[in-house]
Design a protein around this ligand. Sequence first.
Ligand code: SF4
Ligand code: SF4
Length: 338
Amino acid sequence: MKDALLWKKEGGAVRCLLCAHSCLIPAGGVGYCACRVNERGVLKTLTYGKSTGFAMDPIEKKPFYHFHPGSAVLSFGTPGCTMRCLGCQNWHLSQSPRESRRAFDIPETMPAEIAAMAVRELADGIAYTYSEPTIFFEYARDTILETKKLDKKKFHVFVSNGFFSEQMWNLVTKEKLLDAIRIDLKSFSDAFYREYCGARLEPVLESIKRVRKSKIHLELITLLIPGKNDSAEEVRAISEWVAKLGKDVPLHFIRFFPQYKAGDLQATSEGALRGAKGIAEEAGLRYVYVGNLGGEDDTLCPRCGTKVIGRAGFSVVQNALRGGKCPSCKTKIAGVWA
Ligand code: SF4
Ligand code: SF4
């Protein structure tokens, strides 16, 4: 167990400042995530070194569509999450610490080893993903710092639920840890966040606004769950809020498949995904995507409609950008392309 970052003492208890739950943890107790423990007045993290495995993935799989298209990222994550979504597709990983402390009975892989692996595998960057990177922030941070010692050009991206604290984000920006972050905007209803995810909406919106103010590249996704968050009103509310944030923020609508404790729900229909895309475009968003529906995940120039990036599944099959601009009308396409 390693000493955690971002906490303070409050009497005999400790207050964890890593995520918006802001848990007050008594001596010997664990936080809501079951990943941080108060050991004799010191907050310790259980996730450090506990990657459950590694994979090389295309960046499009995260999904990032406006950030180094076609690049390959070394991906890893640990058990645990700050949320407990009823339909989590990685529930065996994200929820395992809540089931048993034995979730962390896995061999350690230290940050310097991951940095060396990224160099050996010729990864363009590292993705902190699969569960929620907030939960293994100390491990991710040290991995980033070790990798920068070997190769400063490798980029670092978080795939996050956005429920991290302002203090964590301040550290990320102060130490220039990240190049991009993809955040789930799961719903525009606080009741949904409370009932379905065990969290709250407002901290996620605040995180997204903070990221937008930074120079760190941002993309958003919404998993459309039939009967839960897919009404036209809710999709419009999400889209209008994102449009106010910035019409050039990419928004991905993703298909839900029933699983875990939401096994009784339906999978999202193609019609619902295309309908959501139409609503978001009406709201003024320039880059709206629906994954894995032929043609709906290409990037088109918002001015003249030229296809600037063509995708098939997670592969980039065409990249017509010239210096980040449309080859036909020279409009700048928002993103990080170099
Ligand atoms: S990371 Fe969040 S859920 Fe976990 S102990 Fe800290 S405040 Fe609580
Ligand atoms: S935030 Fe993501 S990883 Fe965590 S429980 Fe929800 S879907 Fe799973």
